[in-house]
Design a binder for this molecule. Structure first.
Ligand SMILES: Cc1cc2nc3c(=O)[nH]c(=O)nc-3n(C[C@H](O)[C@H](O)[C@H](O)COP(=O)(O)OP(=O)(O)OC[C@H]3O[C@@H](n4cnc5c(N)ncnc54)[C@H](O)[C@@H]3O)c2cc1C
Length: 386
């Protein structure tokens, strides 16, 4: 049996950020993933705000190599369309480079994994966690190949359907606090917005559906649709039928897809934003990223918030190791650290997401505050960005 102080389960952006931050503080640990890298992950492939902030805090060189990497492209503007006639722009000031970047997760997650420390990060990839049990002296982690790891403390970075969240925290998936999205890659989409601007539409069907077109470095586009999970179930909405109908018939969209070819199949996954209702720490465990329900309910940022939570988590872990205390009571301040960083933004986003359910009220609010929001947006962006 392997014994370690810290074991991170999941090597997506949240787990890798935890690992890189621990390595920066010279702390040895294990990091496990059921996949081998590069691996794909269903996503819109957009990186904003916290993704930049986290990369900079992890390592300036990492951030600069991200900017220089030809697989990743950047844009200064996000255009949000509500109905067909209302448009609000979130953009950078003239002197700053980008407000959004596009990176296929196949490439981005591998880029991050390549930055794991050779010295401090012991990697166990291609081998998933089968079970976790609390013992007197740690958490016993059983892998699918029957290997066992005993860790003083475990970090659950294993995504929306986290086994750590289920087994150690006893959390359940709350459909009211999660979205369901599908996405696919398309070649030959034409008339994309200029300068790689992001196109996001709130399209009102039985419920508001969020439709994204993000351009990618290889000339293809990531096309995504989704909405609140419980409403999708309640109204029996078939997301594949809905997105195919938008692509074929929507007056502002269909012309872009006249010659387009789908590359692969539609893939779906959930986006949890249950932070505040679920446990994020307890005896000998901490959760980060999707496992902690940290995505943004309105604009669905989950990569950046996950990375930032990994950094916050690593700082907490250092204190635990110094004191050799891993109790729920001692770890509970982690929840407060996360609240300090995210609460304001996540609460605001939940409010926006609720308002967006009311088509006319939301349009009226956006119409009234559009100029103010557009004028102030880069200040808000700057505070939570690079
Ligand atoms: C369709 C869609 C579009 C999205 N678009 C965007 C977007 O444009 N921008 C954005 O910021 N966010 C977006 N998100 C959200 C984003 O994908 C997640 O928030 C982000 O991936 C969270 O990162 P993570 O590291 O916490 O989890 P993940 O990226 O899910 O990583 C978890 C890792 O844990 C591993 N794992 C899982 N179970 C086990 C196990 N039992 N044992 C070992 N390893 C395990 C997995 O293999 C994986 O590598 C989107 C999500 C969806 C579904």
């Amino acid at each position: 049996m392997i014994k370690t102080d810290i074991c991170i389960i999941g090597s997506g952006p949240s787990g890798v950020s935890t690992s890189i931050m621990l390595s920066k503080m010279n702390i040895s640990h294990y990091i496990i993933d059921k996949a081998n890298f590069p691996r794909d992950k269903t996503c819109g492939d957009g990186l904003i705000l916290y993704a930049y902030k986290a990369m900079l805090e992890l390592d300036k060189d990492l951030f600069h190599s991200f900017l220089k990497n030809p697989k990743f492209i950047h844009s200064k503007k996000i255009q949000l369309f509500i109905n067909n006639n209302l448009n609000i722009n979130f953009q950078e000031s003239k002197d700053r480079e980008m407000v959004i970047s596009y990176a296929k997760r196949y490439d981005f997650d591998d880029f991050l994994v390549q930055n794991l420390s050779e010295k401090y990060a012991n990697k166990e990839f291609g081998n998933g966690v089968k079970n976790l049990t609390e013992q007197k002296d740690g958490i016993l982690i059983k892998l699918k190949n029957n290997k066992e790891i005993l860790a003083k403390v475990v970090v659950g970075a294993d995504g929306a359907k986290s086994i750590v969240s289920r087994k150690l925290a006893g959390n359940k998936i709350n459909k009211k606090l999660s979205s369901t999205f599908i996405s696919a890659y398309f070649n030959d989409v034409i008339h994309l917005l200029k300068d790689n601007n992001a196109e996001i539409r709130i399209i009102y069907k039985k419920i508001p559906l969020y439709f994204y077109i993000f351009p990618l470095a290889d000339g293809s586009a990531n096309v995504t649709l989704g909405g609140r999970a419980d409403l999708i179930l309640k109204h029996n909405i078939n997301l594949v039928e809905e997105i195919e109908s938008i692509i074929a018939n929507h007056s502002k969209v269909s012309h872009k897809f006249k010659k387009a070819k789908k590359n692969g199949s539609w893939r779906g996954w959930s986006i949890p934003y249950n932070f505040g209702s679920n446990k994020v720490c307890g005896n000998r465990f901490l959760l980060v990223g999707d496992a902690a329900g940290l995505t943004n309910a309105f604009y669905k940022e989950g990569v950046g918030t996950g990375m930032m939570s990994g950094i916050i988590c690593a700082k907490k872990l250092v204190q635990c190791l110094e004191k050799n205390i891993f109790s729920e009571k001692y770890l509970s301040s982690y929840q407060k650290d996360l609240e300090k960083e995210f609460s304001k933004l996540l609460k605001f986003s939940r409010l926006m997401s609720k308002l967006a359910n009311h088509r006319y009220l939301f349009s009226r609010i956006v119409y009234l505050f559009k100029n103010q929001v557009e004028r102030k947006s880069f200040n808000i962006i700057k505070r939570r960005s690079y």
